[in-house]
Design a binder for this molecule. Structure first.
Ligand code: ATP
Ligand code: MG
Length: 283
């Protein structure tokens, strides 16, 4: 089932001389896990902003084409309605947290939507539990670490029960351990709760093993869109400002040493490469 679609989408920020998005045609099915990658300024954040209605409702500019989120045309519905279908997590959680306690932060959007008290309590409990942060409930967001803040920010979005989670470089302010923990949680949301994930991220290494699709954007245009393994097999993504995952580099070097008949393929994780090498030894 198509959950998100864009048709011939172009966007130019007011005051900008260049189009930030050019002729974007995209269809996303429910349950996909999509990485958006590309050099800085290529349009990743702009595209995500189109998916929850911040564009065209919050950012001024010229938009051509349309975006539909769960069948709703984003031009016709305001962001607070669209956020119940596609919720956005930003790079810096500090911009998303402002209440006195974690619980109040997670409940905030629900209260604004006039959802009944009992249901708010139920949804807040659920979101805190999924994110594994129930013990932070009464804490002030100011006391939390970066990783904890990002989890609270995601919980406050999840409480809206969106079908799609949009994440704009959510790990960029986190240390590698917290980043890995956050990614594990995002993977669980996708696999266990079937939430569709669209994530702009530079750390491809950690995400690739879980992604069903990799989209590479260059100068506002989608230049590659497909299965991550096939894309990395056939293309040198470095030319689009995306660094090749380390495990792919290692496999490429190994193939040079062992020859083309080594059948190493294009492993996307260290575990996968180890497994291929192990099987090869005992063949
Ligand atoms: N609020 C804004 N007003 C005007 N121009 C903007 C605005 N936000 C982004 N742009 C421009 O739109 C283009 C796409 O920017 P965008 O932020 O979407 O890229 P990005 O891929 O998210 O980059 P990064 O990896 O640095 O986050 C760039 O040329 C940028 O300068
Ligand atoms: Mg960005």
């Amino acid at each position: 089932m198509t959950i998100l679609e864009t048709s011939n989408l172009w966007f130019k920020y007011s005051g900008g001389s260049e189009w930030a998005l050019r002729e974007v045609n995209l269809e996303v099915s429910e349950g996909e896990f999509i990485i958006l990658a590309g050099r800085s300024g290529c349009g990743k954040s702009t595209l995500l902003r189109c998916f929850n209605g911040l564009i065209p409702h919050f950012y001024d500019g010229e938009m051509i084409g349309y975006v539909k989120v769960c069948g709703l045309d984003t031009r016709e519905h305001p962001p607070y309605v669209l956020s119940q279908y596609a919720g956005m997590v930003f790079q810096n959680p500090d911009n998303q947290l402002f209440a006195l306690t974690v619980e109040a932060d997670v409940a905030f959007a629900l209260e604004n939507l006039s959802i009944p008290r009992d249901e708010i309590r139920e949804r807040v409990d659920w979101a805190l539990k999924i994110m594994g942060i129930e013990e932070l409930r009464d804490k002030s967001p100011l006391e939390l670490s970066g990783g904890q803040k990002q989890k609270v920010a995601i919980a406050s979005i999840l409480a809206l029960r969106p079908k799609i989670l949009l994440l704009d470089e959510p790990t960029s302010s986190l240390d590698p351990y917290s980043a890995k923990q956050l990614i594990d949680t995002i993977v669980e949301l996708n696999q266990k709760y079937r939430i569709t994930i669209l994530i702009a991220e530079h750390r491809l290494d950690m995400l690739l093993p879980y992604a069903s699709r990799l989209i590479i954007i260059d100068n506002g245009r989608i230049v590659l869109d497909g299965n991550p393994r096939e894309i990395l097999e056939k293309n040198d993504v470095v030319s689009y400002g995306v660094s090749t995952p380390r495990v792919v580099k290692v496999a490429t070097q190994l193939k040079k040493v062992l020859g083309d008949s080594s059948n190493l393929g294009t492993p996307l994780s260290v575990e996968e490469l180890v497994e291929i090498v192990r099987r090869r030894r005992y063949q």
